[in-house]
Design a protein around this ligand. Structure first.
Ligand SMILES: [Zn+2]
Length: 327
């Protein structure tokens, strides 16, 4: 679906000879700009006189039958921007990738593994593990940057899914592996194309250009502006496909990392509990000693009491004996 984007004017044309993009502000005025329309390839004229009332832009020399619109134009420009990145050896930021669901089986095996490890290493009795649940979200890929190499645009790839071949907007290469880039404004990757990309098993990143258009709704921008957006706006990028082998590998690695992290946390928790037990034990020993001392004192007092009582009784007996002796 092609949608008209409001206020569309051409800010960047194509040099007739070199085929390189030209910002209207850098072009010679009028027909001297020597530029063509990137869509219909007809001559365009630069309106960039100083003091013109409207912002500088290119216009078709003749109002030809050109299908150019905001969407087709921005799509073209994104591809040009990638070619320019390659030329300059620029960097491209890959977005982070998180998965948010763990099935019950993974949760269970994770918990079992944690329990077994702890039994072996830390405590005779396993710690209560219910507070160490496996994560709900796991980051498989951290944000990183790659150098843009070997850019190709409009590449047809062979697949037997659906009606066959698929057209990929941009392909770049990194460490000998291909990466697909799909910029879009309104035409997001549909299910058919998604199935084809999945079949090709190549990591594919979609770039949503809407925020670029919203921020530049006066159509007053340069190729560098577009390049900068494509290179560094991580929020606009999303993984559509992550190569299966890479996914499985990253998944296992991330799970292991998380497990080790949790395991260490548990060890830490266990050693804290141990310290607590030792502290309590120390206090108990002190109290025990005090109790023994008190017992001893009680015993001593009782002993003394018994002796006194005995003496008193003896005295009474003596008195009785003294008074009532028959002599
Ligand atoms: Zn045109």
């Amino acid at each position: 679906m092609q949608k008209r984007v409001q206020g569309f004017k051409i800010p960047i044309g194509l040099d007739k000879e070199s085929n390189n993009p030209v910002n209207v502000k850098d072009a010679l005025n009028g027909l001297k700009c020597n530029c063509i329309c990137p869509i219909c390839k007809e001559d365009i004229v630069a309106y960039n006189n100083e003091g013109i009332k409207v912002r500088a832009h290119f216009k078709h020399r003749k109002e030809a039958e050109c299908s150019i619109n905001g969407e087709s134009y921005i799509h073209w420009l994104a591809k040009e921007a990638f070619k320019d990145m390659e030329k300059n050896g620029d960097e491209f930021t890959l977005p982070p990738f998180e998965i948010s669901t763990f099935d019950t089986e993974i949760r269970k095996s994770f918990k079992d593994r944690l329990g077994e490890e702890l039994k072996k290493v830390v405590v005779e009795k396993p710690l209560p593990l219910n507070k160490f649940f496996p994560p709900n979200k796991l980051k498989l890929v951290h944000q990183s940057s790659i150098k843009v190499c070997k850019v190709n645009t409009e590449v047809f790839k062979k697949t037997d899914i659906g009606d066959g071949d698929v057209r990929v907007d941009i392909t770049i290469e990194h460490e000998g592996k291909e990466l697909f880039i799909e910029p879009f404004l309104t035409s997001e990757i549909d299910y058919e194309k998604y199935r084809k990309l999945l079949d090709l098993d190549t990591t594919t990143i979609a770039i949503n250009l809407n925020s670029f258009i919203i921020d530049n709704d006066d159509w007053d921008f340069t190729l560098d502006d577009m390049k900068y957006f494509l290179q560094s706006n991580v929020a606009a990028k999303e993984y559509v496909v992550l190569k299966k082998e890479r996914y499985d590998n990253l998944f296992q690695k991330s799970l292991d990392n998380y497990f080790n992290e949790q395991f260490l946390l548990n060890l830490d928790e266990a050693s804290k509990l141990r310290m607590n037990v030792l502290d309590v034990d120390k206090e108990l020993n002190i109290l025990r000693k005090e109790v023994t001392e008190i017992h001893n004192r009680i015993f001593a007092l009782e002993n003394a009491g018994v002796k006194l009582k005995f003496k008193e009784v003896c005295q009474k007996i003596n008195y009785f004996n003294d008074s009532f002796m028959p002599y």
